[in-house]
Ligand binder design. Structure first.
Ligand code: SF4
Length: 339
């Protein structure tokens, strides 16, 4: 019986729900307003945080400092859509002495100074160490930049150095372009120098492989054969757990290594013969392709693929659409909200 050993996580993100105020073209978790508001329950939240508290480590700069892939963060979807749950999550994490704790937000709710200051101060009083403000042209399509700027300015006031801007390059660019409101991505492309893309981080996975494929060179499926995702699947330096209890390796939306209701079982070792998609991914993506073609009549895309994650998610989506009920392909709604 072949087992895959998964180390316990040193850093994690908790997806309170996939529901979001917008539907960004680059979203790795395919969040959108269409998802149900099935927020993580209080019991589940406490259980998950208690388990994570055993292994989450602090930022190298100390427990009160934050970093993008260190400590614990609350995310979604958009966590500020449910401020009372977010507040509860921070209080519970504080109770378990979780270090380097922050929340990330798209700032849709930052319509006036008072609300932003009040909410940031409240969360800080419950024990939140910092905030990550997302800034990019995909959010800009539905969040006015003046709201993002407001959150950054007040965030610095409340959290000082623990206010993170991801990505600072875009903030500078939007200021230079004198943007205040929202802007469509098409309009953004018309207004910037084509070299903008050299300076940014954009992971070619999740919804981006469908909505932003025009930004990338494409390759046939066989170009990616021979590649394995062993390191991504067994990663311990940053994982996610969603509101359904799915233990998601790294940033691989739609893949579940197990349900955290059997938390310890995940780390006893995953029986690969029970999870054929995981088995294929940790071996060679060619095997996933063969499963797709032979068992689910998958047809290779004529346009090609921008990354191995594009090939991976496209085959997984096809399997789900064909009714393939595989334990590791969860949540199912992820695949329905990709496009
Ligand atoms: S190819 Fe699939 S499993 Fe591998 S990193 Fe990309 S999304 Fe994750």
């Amino acid at each position: 019986m072949e087992k895959l050993l998964i180390p316990k996580p040193m850093s994690a993100g908790i997806i309170l729900s996939y529901k979001c105020s917008g539907s960004c073209k680059h979203c790795m978790y395919a969040s959108s307003p269409n998802w149900p508001a099935d927020w993580m329950s209080s019991n589940q939240l406490e259980y998950i945080i208690s388990k994570l508290s055993e292994t989450i480590i602090q930022s190298p700069l100390g427990p009160r400092n934050v970093g993008v892939n260190v400590g614990l963060h609350f995310t979604g979807g958009e966590p500020f859509l449910n401020f009372s749950l977010l507040s509860e999550a921070v209080k519970v994490a504080k109770k378990y002495d979780i270090p380097s704790m922050f929340v990330e937000t798209n700032c849709f709710w930052c319509s006036c100074d008072e609300i932003v200051r009040e909410r940031f101060k409240e969360l800080k009083s419950y024990g939140l160490n910092g905030v990550l403000i997302s800034v990019n042209p995909f959010l800009l399509e539905h969040v006015p930049f003046e709201r993002t700027e407001r959150a950054i300015n007040i965030g610095y006031e409340v959290f000082q150095k623990n206010l993170m801007v991801y990505q600072e390059y875009y903030r500078m660019l939007f200021k230079k372009l004198n943007i205040k409101a929202t802007l469509s991505f098409e309009e953004f492309l018309k207004r910037v120098d084509p070299t903008w893309a050299y300076y940014i981080e954009l992971l070619p996975m999740g919804r981006a492989v469908y909505k932003l494929s025009m930004l990338f060179k494409k390759y046939p499926a066989k170009y990616f054969f021979g590649q394995s995702c062993y390191h991504e699947i067994t990663r311990d330096w940053h994982i996610h757990i969603d509101n359904h209890g799915n233990y998601i390796p790294g940033y691989c939306g739609g893949i579940s290594l197990g349900n955290v209701k059997d938390y310890e079982k995940i780390f006893d070792g995953i029986i690969l013969d029970e999870l054929p998609i995981i088995k294929a991914l940790v071996t060679d993506i060619r095997i996933l392709y063969n499963i797709g073609v032979k068992e689910f009549d998958y047809k290779e895309s004529r346009e090609g693929y921008i990354s191995k994650c594009h090939l991976c998610v496209d085959i997984r989506k096809h399997i789900v659409e064909k009714g393939g009920e595989l334990t590791e392909l969860k949540p199912i709604e992820f695949y329905k909200n990709l496009i």
